[in-house]
Write a protein that binds this ligand. Sequence first.
Ligand code: ZN
Length: 418
Amino acid sequence: MTEYRIEASILIVGDGTSIEDAVVVLDGGVVSYAGPASNAPPTPGAEKVTVPVMMPGMWDAHCHFFGIAQPNLEALATESIMVRSMRVTRDARLALHAGFTSVREVGGLGVYLERAIAEGYVEGPNVYAAGSILSTTGGHGDIHSIPEEWMTGADRIDDLELCDGADEARKAVRRQLRKGAKVIKVCASGGVLSKYDDPQHQQFTHEELVAIVDEAARAERIVAAHCHGKAGIMAAVRAGVKTIEHGTYLDAESASAMSDSGAILVATRFVGAELLSQPPERGLPEFARQKLTETYRRGREAITAALDAGVTIAVGTDILTSDDQWGRNGGELSLLVECGLTPDQAIVAATTVGAMTVGPQAVGSGAIRQGEPGDAIALSADPRAQIEILGDANSVTHVWKGGTLAKSPDQRAGTVTG
Ligand SMILES: [Zn+2]
């Protein structure tokens, strides 16, 4: 494996600190030195790279490798899983080349994609996947417009799993562990892309959520809960859920409950901004457009409440379609800054907080420090002055994943095509 000595005018560590005139040495897949150039060890055999800015590879803590062309979950039933599987290989590559060396895939084909990436067949980030999204019958992870048999029969959709009652919920968690899930995803409230439910309504009972969290915890997995309404947020936090996805109707009381329990908010502004700006022919159902208009508007207040209560915030896009949103995942950071985070807070949300969203399963802390995995990126400018550059893959000049160079300026022309 090539040893790299990267000289950076600025090293953003990922914990809110930075070092000027820094050197990072990547050797044997890990960071063997990160600090001031003046203290750097000699590296006679290393390949030298000089860059303006270096920072940790980013984390998208909420995305889906569904491989569907339109933002309509009926496509999970009507499009071939083989076609979907091939589409997500490109999504993975675009995420990596946009500077995302890790993703937490909260439901979809990620458990399978992770294997193909680990085996070297597909180029992509480290994938921490949930397997199927767990939902109540009729809940957000059910597709209300198709025969129930398609959700529960032998040929059921693999991306979603219905379970009702604590025993079924436990078994559903065990089925995800059997597939290699690193995190468990549940729908604790109604949602936007589900036709007949209300984002404000709680889904899963306290007993069901407790069973899911308990089963996951014994396997050292954390639980991520999709929640818009306050009742779902409160129930999830009370049951010991570690990350609240969307958190749309967060208020002072629920934000303080999150803060007390150490739960992390993954606000997912990106998907809302994207889907609402698309013309109707891109396929967002009208009922979903109406719900999304309201949740996207309210979501801004949720971030204010979270910041006021000191809730930890992670970067997650909720990209769910195979289109040009992949490769622009870093656009979430600009949207968080618009909602009141400082650029430094947004960068921490995309790095060390990202690693926290997979709990004990994380390999590394998400920072660039000695002994950490060699997941790092170089940028053409300082994102603390221009946060929007993190949403443009062309600003990401180099990507190292596990100490291996996955993208360099010579390869840039090929990164956004296809
Ligand atoms: Zn999602």
